[in-house]
Design a protein around this ligand. Structure first.
Ligand SMILES: [Zn+2]
Ligand SMILES: [Zn+2]
Ligand SMILES: [Zn+2]
Ligand SMILES: [Zn+2]
Ligand SMILES: [Zn+2]
Ligand SMILES: [Zn+2]
Ligand SMILES: [Zn+2]
Ligand SMILES: [Zn+2]
Length: 591
């Protein structure tokens, strides 16, 4: 099926092919010729100006005349670009100045590391570990004491007794000493029957034994013969005148013999009660030993002749008793253990001191011997394993090691572990505080007294080691430069690390500096400026060296070819003449 419009399109295409294309072709051909003319005229004009360095009215008007022959209304634009050069100055920022100062700094800023070390406190609390402490006591010694028997060859001597051997003294005759007993005389017997003390008086005839003859005298009375006892009666024959009888010896009348005891008479020669002798009257036994009146027995098994301390060298803890036993040797050679006394008190720490043991035996004989005594304090092991001595009174003084040794060391101020300080100042001056914790839990805040290896003269960041009593910690220290107040601008600025003065960067920033660049900028002058010189000035426009001169020529009215094309195709541009030529003034022109 055919559309009715297709016939109309076919007609239009036929019209175009037959009429329009030839017109368009010739128009475009003419445009090209115009372009070539404008181009060559313009090129000649530009070269003339470039080689002369100026343009005058004649040159310009001659050019216009050549162009007018093209019969196209043309637009001529002239442009003179002039390069200007100026050194570039600028103000620096203070930061820039500071950076420049730093770059220019030739002084040193070297960090010097120093090792830092502190000693762990030296605690002197020596423990006597040499041993040798008493393991026994007086009680145990005595309990286990062994006696040794007497020497079998021992025979008692006077020395075995605490007394004297008794020997009776005095005599039975003269008494004295032990002979205090007395014999007294007592007559025995009597005169009629005799007895020890009486002697017999044997009859001896006397005149009376004989018969009498009376004395011629008278007998006045009876009488008894004193010799024989014969009684004469008055009536007896009186032989004697006196009356007394006279003996008639021839007449023995007594009936006795001479062995007849007439009587007994005391004839002992002693008086009644007279001491006749002595006898031993003594309470003591001869050969026995006595001390005073007390009989004593051998004490040679108890009489000490020497003692030897069982522990001549002892070591004990403070206030512990010494062993005061000694082996006693008795006179009879037996031995036994005895307990001595001592005035020595173990209440102070000593080394190899002499102590005296005293023993008084039963005979009140005192023996003294010396022993060597060492007294050491008791010790204790703390929770941290330190062994330390107790006090003299056995109380616990607390561990001196834990009191002296640090458990930890940390930086207490600043808490961040970082600090910024001025060069040349110390950590102490910046109040850096350490917290030292001792093993016994005590805390000590240290604002001084610790050691550190801060390099005060180094500017920058450094890790400083701080040490106290053998513990170490670190602090990151940033050391700033010292600052100075500028007398001109009153602002503070940093000195160089070595404290030399770089000058105030703020004041320095106020002075412009040459950037090192030459500032190039362009001034553009156009035909207006040129015409002003040509028609109002002195008739010539002079270019500067290295100016750039450009002439651009375009058509103002449409050409034949392009004008038609533009009508057909809207927006295809209206420039069909476009010539541009230019170059630097006085540049060697190469064609
Ligand atoms: Zn004896
Ligand atoms: Zn006696
Ligand atoms: Zn007598
Ligand atoms: Zn007679
Ligand atoms: Zn007689
Ligand atoms: Zn007579
Ligand atoms: Zn401890
Ligand atoms: Zn300043």
């Amino acid at each position: 099926m055919e559309h009715p419009y297709e016939h109309i399109v076919d007609l239009i295409l036929a019209f175009l092919i037959i009429f329009l294309f030839p017109i368009l072709y010739f128009g475009l051909k003419l445009d090209a010729i115009t372009q070539i003319i404008v181009q060559s005229e313009t090129s000649e004009f530009v070269q003339d100006i470039r080689s002369k360095g100026y343009i005058d009215k004649e040159m310009y008007e001659s050019y216009l005349e050549q162009l007018s022959k093209t019969d196209v209304l043309l637009d001529i634009c002239m442009e003179n670009r002039r390069q200007n050069m100026e050194p570039e100055y600028r103000f620096r920022t203070s930061e820039e100045v500071i950076n420049e100062q730093n770059d220019a700094y030739t002084g040193t800023n070297e960090y010097n590391y120093r090792p830092v070390s502190t000693e762990i406190p030296n605690v002197k609390d020596p423990i006597d570990n040499s041993g040798g402490l008493n393991t026994e006591t007086n009680e145990s010694m005595l309990e286990n004491a062994v006696k040794t028997p007497a020497n079998p060859t021992h025979a008692h001597t006077d020395a075995c007794y605490d007394g004297t051997r008794h020997v009776h003294t005095g005599s039975s005759l003269s008494g004295g000493g032990c002979y205090t007993g007395k014999y007294y005389h007592s007559h025995s017997g009597n005169s009629t029957s005799g007895g020890n003390c009486y002697s017999a008086m044997y009859h001896s005839h006397n005149m009376h034994c004989y018969g009498k003859k009376w004395c011629p005298g008278r007998i006045t009375s009876s009488f008894t013969c004193s010799s024989c006892g014969m009684r004469f009666a008055e009536s007896a024959t009186v032989g004697a005148k006196c009356g007394a009888s006279v003996t008639d010896y021839s007449n023995l009348t007594c009936t006795k013999s001479t062995s007849t005891v007439d009587y007994w008479y005391l004839n002992c020669g002693k008086s009644e009660g007279q001491i006749t002798g002595y006898y031993i009257k003594c309470d003591k036994k001869a050969g026995a030993y006595y001390n005073g009146n007390i009989e004593v027995f051998p004490h040679c098994n108890r009489k000490v002749i020497d003692i030897v301390p069982t522990h001549p060298k002892q070591k004990v803890y403070l206030n512990e008793p010494l062993i005061t036993t000694a082996t006693a040797t008795y006179q009879d050679g037996s031995t036994d253990m005895v307990l001595c006394s001592t005035a020595y008190t173990t209440n102070s720490v000593v080394n190899d001191k002499t102590a005296t043991l005293t023993y008084k035996d039963e005979t009140e004989t005192t023996f003294t011997k010396t022993i060597i005594v060492s007294v050491i304090p008791r010790n204790k092991t703390c929770a941290n394993g330190h062994v330390y001595n107790m006090r003299n009174d056995n109380t616990d003084p607390g561990c001196p090691f834990c009191r002296a040794y640090l458990k930890s060391l940390i930086v207490s101020y600043p808490t961040s572990g970082k600090i910024t300080i001025y060069k040349g100042t110390t950590l102490q001056e910046n109040a850096v505080t350490l917290l030292a914790t001792y093993m016994d839990g005590r805390n000590e805040y240290l604002t001084s007294g610790y050691v550190d290896n801060l390099d005060k003269n180094y500017v920058g960041m450094q890790t400083v080691t701080l040490s106290y009593k053998g513990k170490y910690t670190t602090l990151i220290v940033t050391t700033k430069r010292n600052i100075r107040r500028c007398p001109i601008c009153n602002r503070h600025y940093e000195l160089y690390p070595d404290n030399t003065d770089p000058g105030c960067p703020y004041c320095a920033a106020r002075t412009p500096v040459f950037t090192g660049n030459v500032l190039e900028y362009e001034n553009k002058y156009y035909e207006f400026d040129i015409f002003k010189e040509l028609y109002e000035g002195n008739g010539s426009y002079y270019f500067s060296n290295r100016d750039y001169f450009t002439v651009t020529v375009t058509n103002r009215t449409g050409g034949r070819g392009m004008g038609l094309l533009r009508k057909i195709f809207k927006g295809s541009g209206d420039e069909y003449i476009h010539v541009a030529d230019g170059g630097y003034i006085r540049e060697e022109i190469q064609k």
